[in-house]
Design a protein around this ligand. Structure first.
Ligand code: ADP
Ligand code: MG
Ligand code: ZN
Length: 623
């Protein structure tokens, strides 16, 4: 479909050159010679009279200084004959006029006056035409290079992306049951709009898919078109905002025109926040975006939804959208597409594993448990990475080992085998990670240890402790957050106790602990001192949040102080725990130093051997 439109666009430009060439040729060969200044030939008065007498004259002009004779063969010779009228002899004149009358030759109108028009044409009109032609050619080639048409506003349809059928179905989208349920109605509407219009029900013109990146919004929109078996018109918000003012609005117009012609169909506007940004709080106004947005609003109001055009849009920043877009009759329906939960992750893994040869005993539950917070796109990536690894290892099928490696790669970056770590450094890292792991196991509300590793990664981590959630958590208690912070301080605490010095290795721990502690005070109202008050405004719901403090300067300082108090308390707890179990810390750290990797089970086993009586927080199924 796209190719055909491209061709259509090229024909007019080609034809245009031919027309221009033709015009130039016509001017050169037909008009110019006729209008060219004729030659003047001086003759004597007697010759002049003889010509008249011989019937050679066609017309004669008599003015105060000259007689001008236009001969009968003027068309071929292009010559005027001129003779002076200096003596201005009255008798001569009257006898000449009598002669002219006798011969029936006109002498009352000027002959040579047409030369004025020639001048006008040559001096003014021709250059103007040529300049215009040149400008048009330049603009043509310029707009062609920029991929759009300056001269063809509103006719540029080449970029609109249409698919006759998307080939995606709901079965390709795992989890997201709630979103699917909301979309089922739209599919039904597209299949038989009559059922709805008969009753007088108006279906929403548009639905907005809202959720973090990679959760399958685009996929869902395609699946709706696939399920309804209708064409899918899609355009990304950023494509609307173009170099030339007015292009975006023209695109919107085209998109809707095409959609209405192809109804029933789905119009999908991806990343709508690029054009739909709220107009009132932007510092620099963007005319182009505003025009595009206005055009979109106008089109949405203008078209008749009973024809069966449904507009879907996707965004991960719903809070920045202009309120006008969310008004009833526009994107009044919001469909939340959230990060998958444990079960959703298992389903997504299964969907993407359909075409991959897997050992029968691979356990997606384990993969899902180790990847809380992963999006559909991440999980797809994990499956693909595991398949690549299986090929590299020369295996016929993907086994659990490749899956585990893939998780680590996706989560922590590729293993960096050749990174040289000094012996001392490796010992410090071993103690640091063991510190985290021990604190984790000795607290009660934490997520059990799944794996400890001190193999450096390209992402910059020297080692890490992986946790598994016992079950999906939606709410966090104050106690849980505090224990989480204590775990984070465990690494540094261990270094402090054993080496009595600290390293830079804890910077990420510190960052995360600080954020948690600060959030406890500013967002969750978990500090007695600062109470049930929000001190910090969130700017974005779905992307990595940026935040603005929402309080007085002095409160701000107080919050800093309190954050430090919370973390110091946790740090002290961690130090106490590790001091109490110093022997275990040493033993496990040295095993980790040797082996570089410890699974959750191995870790618990070691712990048990060293301290049979202690209660260990562990995952179900671990020894
Ligand atoms: P978004 O538009 O929300 O950023 P996409 O729809 O582009 O995300 O998803 C990226 C890829 O991730 C999809 O092509 C798909 O393969 C995979 N994916 C995401 N969510 C799911 C899901 N729920 N089920 C199956 N695959 C998914
Ligand atoms: Mg997308
Ligand atoms: Zn750490």
């Amino acid at each position: 479909m796209n190719e055909k439109k491209d061709n259509k666009k090229k024909i007019p430009i080609f034809a245009y050159y031919i027309i221009l060439l033709a015009i130039v040729l016509i001017i050169c060969y037909t008009m110019l010679p006729k209008l060219m200044e004729p030659e003047e030939k001086e003759i004597s008065f007697s010759e002049f009279v003889t010509m008249i007498k011989n019937d050679e004259a066609d017309e004669v002009e008599v003015n105060s200084t000259q007689y001008i004779l236009k001969p009968k063969d003027f068309d071929t010779s292009n010559i005027y004959y001129v003779t002076g009228n200096i003596n201005n002899d009255f008798h001569e004149s009257t006898s000449l006029l009598t002669l002219l009358d006798e011969k029936g030759i006109k002498y009352d109108s000027p002959i040579v006056s047409s030369s004025v028009w020639t001048d006008i044409f040559l001096v003014y009109i021709l250059p103007t035409l040529l300049t215009l032609g040149l400008i048009i050619i330049l603009m043509r080639s310029m707009s062609k290079r920029m991929g759009g048409g300056v001269m063809s506003f509103g006719k540029n349809t080449a970029k609109i992306y249409a698919e006759k059928s998307t080939g995606k179905l709901f079965s390709d989208v795992a989890g997201q049951d709630e979103a699917k349920q909301n979309l089922v109605e739209i599919i039904d509407f597209l299949n038989n709009p009559g059922k709805y219009t008969a009753i007088g029900a108006k279906l929403p013109k548009g639905a907005l898919l809202v959720g973090p990146p990679g959760t399958g919004k685009t996929l869902l929109a395609k699946a709706v078109a696939g399920e309804a078996k209708v064409p899918f018109f899609s355009l990304s918000g950023s494509e609307f905002v173009e170099m030339f003012v007015g292009m975006g609005a023209a695109r919107v117009r085209d998109l809707f025109k095409q959609a209405v012609e192809n109804a029933p169909c789905i119009v999908f506007i991806d990343e709508i926040d690029a054009i739909g940004k709220s107009r009132d709080n932007s510092i620099s106004s963007n005319d182009e975006r505003e025009q595009t947005l206005n055009q979109l609003l106008a089109e949405m109001d203008g078209f008749d939804s009973s024809k069966g055009v449904v507009i879907l849009a996707a965004t991960n920043r719903p809070e920045v959208l202009d309120k006008a877009l969310l008004r009833p009759g526009r994107f009044d329906r919001r469909i939340i597409v959230d990060l998958p939960d444990q079960k959703g992750r298992v389903d997504i893994l299964k969907v993407h594993a359909r075409d991959v040869l897997m050992e029968p005993d691979v356990d997606f539950e384990v993969v899902a448990r180790a990847t809380p917070g992963a999006s559909g796109a991440d999980l797809e990536n994990i499956i693909n990475e595991s398949a690549l690894r299986a090929v590299r290892a020369g295996k016929q099928r993907v086994s659990q080992q490749e899956l585990d490696e893939a998780i680590e790669v996706i989560i922590a970056g590729e293993e960096k085998k050749n990174r040289v770590m000094s012996d001392e450094e490796k010992r410090i890292v071993a103690y640091h990670e063991t510190g985290h792991a021990l604190v984790t196991s000795l607290l009660t509300h934490t997520e059990p240890v799944h794996k400890i590793t001190i193999i450096p990664r390209t992402s910059g981590t020297l080692g890490y402790v992986m946790h598994v959630a016992k079950k999906e958590k939606v709410l966090l208690t104050k106690k849980e957050i505090l224990e989480e912070i204590t775990i984070l301080t465990g690494g540094r605490a261990s270094e402090q106790i054993v080496f009595d010095s600290v390293t830079t290795g804890a910077s990420n721990d510190i960052e995360r602990a600080t954020e948690m502690a600060r959030n406890m005070i500013t967002t969750y109202g978990m500090s007695d001192k600062f109470g049930f008050v929000n001190w910090q405004k969130k700017n974005s719901l779905y992307l990595t949040d940026t935040k603005t403090m929402n309080c007085a300067e002095s409160t701000f300082a107080g919050i800093d102080e309190e954050t430090k108090v919370i973390i110091s308390g946790c740090y002290a707890d961690a130090v106490n725990i590790l001091k109490e179990h110093r022997n275990t810390l040493d033993k496990i750290a040295s095993v980790l130093y040797d082996r570089e990797n410890l699974t959750g089970e191995e870790f618990i086993e070691l712990f048990r051997e060293l301290e049979p009586d202690v209660t260990i927080n562990r995952a179900e199924g671990d020894a």
